[in-house]
Design a protein around this ligand. Structure first.
Ligand SMILES: [Zn+2]
Length: 157
């Protein structure tokens, strides 16, 4: 019988394999969506935080988690909870690096005076918001005033 600690660590490792369907470079754990993993009597409950409420990908993500765990022989309840608000500050440092590698500007800290992240191409700050409604609710299109390129970024919330 595996200990609760081992099982919990296994679940966390498996959660790292579930990617955000909109940004496949980044796992849901790296996006800070994993609120809690509870293990008791070999029963696993995974609580996730929705990045943006109403995001149509939520059900897809929940099922993806369930399937990934089941494939590893772990039965789990997977639920989205609203116990604490997800904020873009929850994205882990690895997640931020992967977003950059994927060509998406990571969000500014939520207490930053500007909403516009530095340009991923030239690093310039002080760009403009071109379109707050990017390809998905989490993303916006910004415009770099130095290298004059539009770029996509995660909205800070
Ligand atoms: Zn630039």
């Amino acid at each position: 019988m595996v200990t609760e600690e081992t099982l919990r660590n296994r679940v966390m490792a498996l959660l790292d394999e579930v990617k955000d369907p909109e940004i496949p470079a980044v796992s849901i754990r790296e996006l800070g969506m994993v609120h809690r993993v509870e293990v008791s009597d070999q029963h696993v409950r995974v609580e996730l935080l929705p990045t943006f409420v109403g995001c149509p990908a939520l059900d897809f993500i929940r099922q993806g988690v369930q399937r990934r765990l089941e494939a590893a022989g772990i039965r789990a309840d997977v639920a989205f909870v609203l116990d604490v608000p997800w904020t873009s500050d929850r994205i882990t440092p690895e997640g931020i690096e992967k977003l950059r590698g994927f060509g998406i500007a990571p969000p500014v800290r939520s207490d930053s005076p500007t909403l516009v992240p530095p340009c991923p191409y030239c690093g310039a700050e002080g760009g403009e918001i071109e379109n707050l409604f990017g390809p998905t609710p989490c993303r916006a299109i910004f415009y770099c005033s130095r290298c004059r390129q539009p770029f996509e970024g995660i909205k800070a919330v």
